[in-house]
Every structure is written in C-alpha cells, then in structure tokens.
Design a protein around this ligand. Structure first.
Ligand code: ZN
Length: 356
C-alpha cells in the first residue's frame, strides 16, 4: 500500500462543477474525466492524490467579480457585502446544467465514477476504487417555493442541501466573508426555511450548516432530527472569520453526533484571515487538533473546498494530498486516526443520516 495515497480521502466540499460549467463547452465532463490540469480537480489528479470521493457542489454563482472579492480579502480586515438574492427562475437552469455535468461524468466514466445515493454505495465505491460523488447543492435557490426542484434533483441523486451560500435565500441568511467577524450576523431561518429542514429530514438528506449564520444554525439545531453537519468549516477560536464555528456551535455538533469537515481555504485557517497560498500545512494541523479537542476524534473530517478557494501551496491541488497525509502522520496521528479523519468518520455520519 502506498502511504502517499492511503487512506483514501472522502471530502466534504468541492466546486469542480462550477469550474466545468464556466468552461462553457458541451464536453465539460470530458475535461474532468481526461484531466485538463486547470484548477485543483480532475479525475487523473484525484487518482494520483488518493481522493476517493466527496460532495460535489451545485452552486449558482452570484453576479460578483471574484477578482474584486479576492482584492477585498487581501486587506488586513475585510467585510465583503452580501450579494443579492437569486430568484428561483434564474437559479434553476444553472442548477440543472451543473447536475447534468455530474450526471454526464457518471454516464461517460465507464463505471469509474458513481453518484452515491446511500452509505452502502459509498462503501462499495471505496472497495472497488470507483470515485464516489455525493450530489450537493450549496444555496437552495433552485429548490423553489413548492420544493419542486428538490423533488426532481433528489431523483437525479441530490442527497445534501445547504439552505444558503453567503447570501440570503428564501430559506435563510448566509454569513458574509468578514474578518474579523462573528457568525452571528442576522435573523434565523424563514418559515419556508423551517419547512425545508423538516422536508430534508423526511427525505433523509444532509442539511449543510456551512455558510449559514448563527441564528439559522440554532434553528436547524432545534428543528432537525439528523446529525448536525458542517461540510467545510473551521474553528472560530483559531481564525475569527465569520464563516467559522464558535465553540458553542462545535459542542452542539458534537452532541448531535454530527461532523465538521476541515476547510482548506487559507482565509478560514490563518489567524490573520488572509487568502494566500503561502500558508503552511502546519496551520491546518492546528485546526485538526482544536476540532478534535472540541468535538472528539469521531466528529472531524475533511472538507477541502478544492476549486472554490485559495489553498496552501504545500498541497497545490488534489494530487498534492500526499503532502497533507505525510504531515498528519508526522504530527502523530496513528493509522486508526488517519482512517477516521480521511474517510471513516464521514461514512459513519452519512450512514446515520441516510439511514442505510
Ligand atoms: Zn462554500
């Protein structure tokens, strides 16, 4: 067994579907399957890095300049204004296009990629070496008031919903990219948002708390009967970014039997909140230690944000995950712990969420 590539990593968040959508070609799935070396993710590089699968986000982009966003986030303190709400009729066609890219990836992968609908699908993929994808929507704009979008996307394989990205939706309110900042930035879920939570419970889908403001977080904690899951978030005590989770939130996640996926975005890792590739893996290990201390070893996992964030140049892209494993081992994590952090904890919490 090559310790560079094992244990395989199951990951809480990536934005490769957005990158493929922006490539603006009907053969976007081919770019993924054959590899095109752009950004952080494609299938050949995933194989090289021992990336066994993860959540693939459907994310409808806001009409904002990412260049302006990153320029704002290079200041010592920043507060990026929340983008406007995106109407259902604008969000739906984009969400369908992105779901279609993931469906085509599966269809043309010759059995090497599978959209997983339950935990036994995931475990089987890891046994056979098939890339395991969970279809996730980051910001539920495309769901619609009568949840018709949820019904259709569920049948296409959707198993995870983040009610908001960092902007308002008809369901709730996202946190801004603010540093330093608290996640307590406004009102909780709307009545429709509360209905969405019980619908997700009914369908046994993941409700993702990453990007949700604190009042919304507590609404979900109160209403949901599923384990609390933050797919890509870090510890606010170490990096006072509004996207990160306070100790109180971490304890609620622990008590629900939930999980936090460690986000590789350097602005959510560094104590100075800066978005720069010049960030050591040692900074990520601080968050692993802290999250394990607050949550326990069973409740911590990985949520890379590959293709959606600025990531340490010690990792560079998914092919560089071996460097992360090497530093985790050198840090003292034994093989049992490595397995838990890399994928086992995700599988366990998803099994309890999906109920099979
Ligand atoms: Zn995100």
């Amino acid at each position: 067994m090559n310790s560079d590539q094992y244990p395989l990593i199951f990951d809480g968040h990536n934005d490769v579907l957005l990158k493929l959508l922006k490539s603006d070609t009907p053969d976007a799935h081919e770019l993924f399957l054959n590899g095109d070396e752009r950004g952080h993710l494609d299938l050949p590089r995933m194989r090289k890095g021992g990336f066994g699968g993860g959540f693939f986000a459907i994310y409808v982009p806001s009409n904002i300049s990412l260049k302006d966003l990153f320029a704002e986030m290079s200041k010592p303190e920043y507060d990026v204004p929340l983008p406007h709400e995106i109407p259902f009729e604008d969000a739906l066609p984009v969400a369908v296009s992105m779901a279609a890219i993931l469906s085509r990836i599966e269809r043309y992968s010759k059995g090497t990629v599978k959209i997983c609908r339950n935990a036994s699908d995931l475990r089987q993929c890891f046994e056979n070496g098939t890339l395991a994808a969970i279809m996730h929507i980051e910001g539920a704009e495309a769901i619609g008031e009568d949840f018709s979008g949820l019904e259709v996307l569920y049948n296409a394989g959707l198993r995870s919903i983040g009610p908001v990205w960092s902007r308002p939706t008809r369901f709730g309110h996202g946190v801004p990219f603010r540093f330093p900042g608290s996640p307590d930035t406004g009102p909780g879920l709307t009545d429709l948002g509360k209905e969405l939570i019980s619908t997700c419970n009914h369908y046994k889908m993941v409700i993702d708390l990453s990007h949700l403001n604190e009042a919304g977080f507590w609404d979900v904690a109160k209403l949901s009967d599923a384990p609390l899951i933050a797919t890509h978030s870090n510890a606010h005590a170490l990096c006072a970014h509004s996207r990160n989770l306070t100790d109180r939130q971490l304890h609620a996640i622990r008590d629900s039997g939930g999980i936090v996926g460690l986000n590789f975005a350097t602005s959510c890792i560094r104590s100075d909140g800066q978005s720069t590739t010049d960030t050591g893996i040692d900074q990520m290990l601080r968050h692993f230690d802290y999250l394990i201390e607050q949550l326990g070893i069973e409740r911590v996992a990985i949520g890379s944000d590959f293709d959606g964030a600025t990531i340490s140049d010690e990792i560079k892209d998914v092919a560089g995950l071996g460097a992360l494993r090497a530093q985790m081992r050198a840090h003292g994590f034994d093989e049992e712990t490595m397995k838990k952090l890399c994928h086992q904890n995700w599988f366990d919490v998803l099994e309890r969420t999906f109920g099979e």
